[in-house]
Design a protein around this ligand. Structure first.
Ligand code: FEO
Length: 396
C-alpha cells in the first residue's frame, strides 16, 4: 500500500496492526504502530527511512511498484534504530552503491547492526542537498532519542521528516492527524513522550527552539510512527514544549504491590483521605503487579505527586514495585512530590526501601510515610486516611 500525500511525497511505510510489544518487551503497543517511510519524487528520487525488518520483503516489493529501485538517487536514514533501518539490507541488495545520507553517529549504529560498508554520506546540521525544485536540509537531533537521530526538512512543500519525534505507536488506515480519534491520538502521543522522551526533555526544548529560530515555514510533520500531522502541525510541537517543561496535571497516582491485600487496603484508605481533603484532585490507584507498566508511567508523567506502597519481603519490597521503580529512576522525572507506605509482619523495611527509591529517582519526599503491621483495620485504616489527607494538603 502507498499513499500520495503531496505532489512530490508518497507514504510507502507499513501499518502494523498486530504489534503489542515494542523495544523487545519494553513498551506496550495496545493500538499497534506504523513504520512510516516516504518517497520523494523530484528531479532526484529520495527515500526517507525504511521499515522494521520483518516487513522488509513486503516493503521493497511495494516500493518497486512505486519506482524502479535503480531510479532511487539516494536514501536518507534519519535514525539507525531497526524499526526504521531494518529493511535497508534487503533494499541495498538491489541498489548497493546508492548513497545513504545520515549523521556520523548513524554510520556507527548502522555499521554496528548490519556490518555493511554502504556508501554513507555524513551530514551535519545545516547541510543542504538540492533535489531539483526543492532542497533537503538536515538538522541533527542527538539523543532525540538516539545519538544518531536527525530531522530532514524539505522546502517547497515545507515538510519536516521528524522520525521518532512527534510520533505515536498508533496503527491507523487514516494516516492524517485530523482524521483519527483525537483522544486516542493524544493518549498515544503522551504515552510515547512519557516513556521514551522524558529523560531528554531539556534537549527537546532546545531543539524546538533551534528549529523555530530557523523560521522555516511548516505545513506538515511526517513522523516515522503514527499519523502525519497536516492539520495545524504546530499543535504537537506546542504539546512537546508543554510536556518537556516538568509537565503535570492535578493528579495523584498511588502505585502499590500487595502480598495478601493489606497494602491494597492501605492504598484505598489513603485514596479516600486524599479525596476528602481535595475534592478537585484526580486520584488513581494501580496494583503494579497487575498493570501495564508503560500505562502507569504515563500516569506518573501526568501526576503532580505519587505514593508508592509495598508489603515487606525478605527485608525489602515486592518484585513488581522494585522493577517499576527501576524504570521510573531511569526516566528522571522532575518536580514531582511523593511519599511511601507499606505493611510488614516482623522486620518492616518496605517503606525505608521505597523512600530510597523515590529519592534516587528525583522525587521530593514530602511526608515521612506510613507503615502498618499485618493486615490493617479500624484505627490503622483511619490513620491511612489521615495520612492521605495530610499528603493531599502538602501537595495542594
Ligand atoms: Fe528510535 Fe522508532 O525508533
Amino acid at each position: 500500500m502507498s499513499v500520495k500525500i503531496t505532489e512530490s511525497v508518497t507514504w510507502v511505510g507499513k501499518v502494523d496492526w498486530e504489534l503489542r510489544k515494542f523495544h523487545g518487551e519494553e513498551y506496550s503497543t495496545h493500538r499497534g504502530s506504523s513504520y512510516n517511510s516516504y518517497l520523494i519524487k523530484d528531479k532526484k528520487i529520495v527515500l526517507i527511512d525504511t521499515v522494521w525488518e520483518p516487513f522488509a520483503d513486503e516493503f521493497v516489493n511495494n516500493l518497486a511498484e512505486e519506482v524502479p529501485l535503480e531510479n532511487i538517487d539516494f536514501i536518507v536514514a534519519n535514525h539507525g534504530e531497526i524499526d526504521h533501518s531494518g529493511a535497508l539490507p534487503k533494499l541495498m541488495e538491489y541498489i548497493p552503491d546508492k548513497p545513504i545520507y545520515c549523521t556520523a553517529n548513524a554510520v556507527k549504529s548502522l555499521r554496528g547492526q548490519y556490518h555493511k560498508d554502504w556508501n554513507f554520506k555524513v551530514v551535519k546540521t545545516g547541510d543542504t542537498v538540492n533535489i531539483g525544485s526543492k532542497n533537503l536540509i538536515f538538522i541533527e537531533a542527538p539523543m532525540l532519542h538516539w545519538p544518531d537521530s536527525m530531522f530532514t526538512y524539505m522546502d517547497g512543500e515545507n515538510i519536516l521528516f521528524s522520525n521518532d519525534a512527534f510520533g505515536q505507536h498508533y496503527a491507523t488506515e487514516l494516516l492524517y492527524n485530523d482524521l483519527v480519534d483525537q483522544s486516542e491520538l493524544f493518549q498515544e502521543a503522551i504515552k510515547y513522550y512519557a516513556n521514551i522522551l522524558t529523560p531528554f526533555s531539556k534537549l527537546v526544548v532546545r531543539k524546538i527552539e533551534e528549529f523555530k529560530s530557523l523560521n522555516l515555514p511548516l505545513d506538515m510533520i511526517c513522523t516515522s510512527h503514527g499519523v502525519v500531522w497536516r492539520k495545524n502541525p504546530m499543535q504537537i510541537v506546542e504539546k512537546y514544549l508543554q510536556w518537556a517543561n516538568d509537565y503535570h496535571e492535578n493528579q495523584i497516582t498511588i502505585i502499590y504491590d500487595t502480598m495478601w491485600g493489606g497494602t491494597r487496603k492501605m492504598a484505598e484508605a489513603i485514596a479516600r483521605g486524599i479525596s476528602e481533603e481535595d475534592k478537585s484532585v484526580v486520584v488513581k490507584l494501580f496494583n503494579i503487579a497487575r498493570s501495564d507498566v508503560n500505562d502507569v508511567i504515563t500516569e506518573v508523567f501526568k501526576s503532580k505527586a505519587i505514593l508508592i506502597g509495598s508489603a515487606t519481603i525478605n527485608r525489602g519490597v515486592l518484585g513488581a514495585i522494585a522493577g517499576f521503580m527501576e524504570l521510573v529512576k531511569g526516566l528522571g522525572f522532575k518536580n514531582k512530590k511523593a511519599s511511601q507506605f507499606g505493611t510488614y509482619g516482623w522486620s518492616g523495611e518496605s517503606t525505608k526501601v521505597l523512600k530510597a527509591y523515590l529519592e534516587a529517582s528525583g522525587f521530593e519526599v514530602v511526608h515521612e510515610g506510613i507503615l502498618k503491621l499485618w493486615s490493617p483495620e479500624g484505627k490503622d485504616l483511619a490513620d491511612c486516611k489521615e495520612f492521605g489527607r495530610d499528603f493531599a494538603a502538602k501537595v495542594k
